[in-house]
Design a binder for this molecule. Structure first.
Ligand code: G3I
Length: 380
């Protein structure tokens, strides 16, 4: 039986030992750069069309300002993406200027942009440790359940029926060392409600919009690093517990903030994790995929090839899991990426993490994502 192209790709990228010839799981060793690697692909279909041809959804996060103030980018977004997730505009810090006030201006505009361009819309997020308004510090364990429930109900009812999915709880674990055996990390909600905040959030969400897919979203799930191993097992235990108590969680969101210089990628371990999640009856969404290049050498073509290889290697594994139904990048173009602020290169060169460059031109990363969709098994 000839190796599938995907398997061949993996062998090309990883050492033969990764094929488990000796039956022992070994680290796939990232092949050194291949200047001749072209990431060739066929046809003119957009990424959203290549995904849809396999029963998948492809899209991206974007900010209100990038879509409203940059018509060239807004046009490209609509041509390329089948789903839009507001990068910050549906978070507490954006929606809640005061405890008795909501400001939906930017989120409403983005919902309308999606509808007018026939793009699905997804919400992010309804409970998180970060980006909360200062007044939340005045909430106590006495009124926290009411504050959380009211927020989720008000926000979700406003867009009920228009949402593909919501990240209901974000990063409850997130690879951050926790003094707790369940791995939950400190957050205002954990402080006020202990782990009940997760049940409260999902129950309120299910009541507010029965049509939306309700997602638990987390990060640090990708690599064979101690924090990722810890997060995978804690997330699996959390999902098993929620499902066993019939808490209405429908999917796991895997953020997939990847690093082109990270070599501790173990395909077999990732496959097993995905399969374990799917066996709980959950769907899986890749929710925030991007590839850091700040630890790579300065050569631009080399960086672009390495970033592309990282996208293709990762997607060739996750898209083999039928429960994976959507892939979102956390940004579409290097013109707008959070990584510029948080993960700049020491040499001052512009980072290049996304499928389009700062001039909205396609990059090898675009081809790599296209190839991964083209090679993916069709969802039934
Ligand atoms: O809107 C204010 C603006 O009024 C103010 O002048 C400016 C300077 O302080 O800050 C602006 O808010 C910033 C906001 O992005 C909008 O640009 C916040 O300071 C900044 O912290 C916020 O960063 C976002 C971060 O989440 C925190 O919410 C990033 O753009 C966003 O990409 C990032 O996304 C997260 C996901 O939600 C969860 N997974 C990880 C991912 C990356 O950290």
């Amino acid at each position: 039986m000839t190796l599938s192209r995907r398997r061949t790709l993996q062998l090309g990228l990883g050492a033969v030992a990764a094929a488990g010839c000796s039956g022992i799981e070994r680290q796939p060793v990232r092949a050194s750069d291949n200047p001749k690697q072209t990431f060739s692909m066929t046809g003119e279909m957009q990424l959203k069309q290549r995904a849809a041809a396999k029963g998948l959804i492809y899209g991206s996060a974007a900010s209100y300002s990038s879509l409203k103030q940059d018509p060239q980018f807004a046009k490209l977004f609509a041509e390329t993406c089948g789903i839009l997730v507001p990068e910050n505009e549906l978070k507490w810090g954006a929606l809640r200027p005061a405890s008795d006030r909501y400001d939906f201006t930017q989120a409403d505009w983005m919902a309308d942009y999606a509808q007018q361009n026939n793009i699905l819309f997804r919400g992010h997020n309804l409970a998180w440790k970060h980006f909360n308004p200062d007044w939340l510090e005045g909430v106590t364990s006495r009124n926290a359940e009411q504050v959380l429930t009211r927020h989720i109900t008000t926000v979700m009812k406003r867009y009920a029926g228009r949402m593909h999915s919501w990240d209901v709880v974000n990063e409850a674990i997130a690879g951050i060392p926790s003094w707790r055996s369940d791995g939950l990390q400190t957050s205002p909600w954990l402080t006020m409600l202990d782990k009940d905040y997760i049940d409260i959030a999902f129950r309120a969400a299910a009541a507010a919009d029965p049509k939306a897919m309700l997602v638990y979203n987390d990060t640090a799930l990708e690599y064979e690093k101690p924090e990722d191993e810890r997060t995978r097992s804690a997330v699996l235990a959390l999902l098993r517990d929620l499902k066993s108590r019939k808490i209405p969680v429908h999917a796991l969101g895997i953020q997939a903030h990847l690093d082109a210089a990270e070599t501790r990628f173990n395909a077999n371990k990732l496959r097993r994790f995905l399969s374990d999640v799917a066996s709980l009856g959950l769907k899986i969404l890749i929710t925030e995929m991007d590839v850091k290049d700040q630890n790579l050498p300065p050569d631009r073509e080399l960086r672009d090839r390495s970033v592309a290889r990282t996208y293709e290697e990762y997607l060739s594994v996750v898209l083999d899991e039928p429960a994976v139904v959507a892939v979102m990048t956390w940004g579409l173009s290097d013109r707008y990426t959070w990584l510029t602020e948080t993960n700049p290169r020491k040499d001052g060169l512009a980072i290049r993490p996304l499928p389009y460059d700062e001039n909205l031109g396609r990059k090898p990363a675009w081809n790599a994502i296209a190839r991964a969709f083209d090679a993916a098994p069709k969802r039934s």
